[in-house]
Design a protein around this ligand. Structure first.
Ligand SMILES: [Cu+2]
Length: 117
């Protein structure tokens, strides 16, 4: 019982400690919520631009039903995700250094470039 209470207090402390920072990064301008549409063999926009040094949220909307569009993978970033058809799907990338990061389908046919600066 006492152990549970201590555990709860520890969780509350962790949540309290990290909450303000999370809120701050969310409020930072530039991390726009634009959706990347996957349709007809292309990503639109093909060169989304996002700020460096903060988590990057990308929302993909896959309209393309072909199996080719099923996955999106990022070169040089430990991130990939399966995309449902017709439903927005959010992927969060870790903070990145300025540069260009190619993303593509699992067969490397659909290609886009994430520009971080
Ligand atoms: Cu493909």
């Amino acid at each position: 019982m006492l152990v549970n209470l201590i555990g709860l207090l520890a969780i509350a402390f962790v949540v309290f400690w990290f909450w303000p920072r999370k809120g701050a990064s969310k409020a930072t301008p530039g991390n726009s919520e634009a959706t990347i549409v996957v349709d007809g063999g292309v990503y639109e926009p093909e060169r989304p631009v996002r700020p460096a040094g903060q988590p990057i949220t990308l929302t993909f909307l896959r309209k393309d039903a072909s199996a080719c569009a099923q996955w999106v993978l990022f070169d040089g970033v430990d991130a990939s995700t399966e995309l449902p058809i017709g439903k927005p799907h959010t992927l969060t990338l870790p903070p990145l250094a300025p540069g260009e990061y190619v993303f593509h389908c699992q067969m490397n046919m659909y290609r886009g470039t994430l520009v971080v600066k």
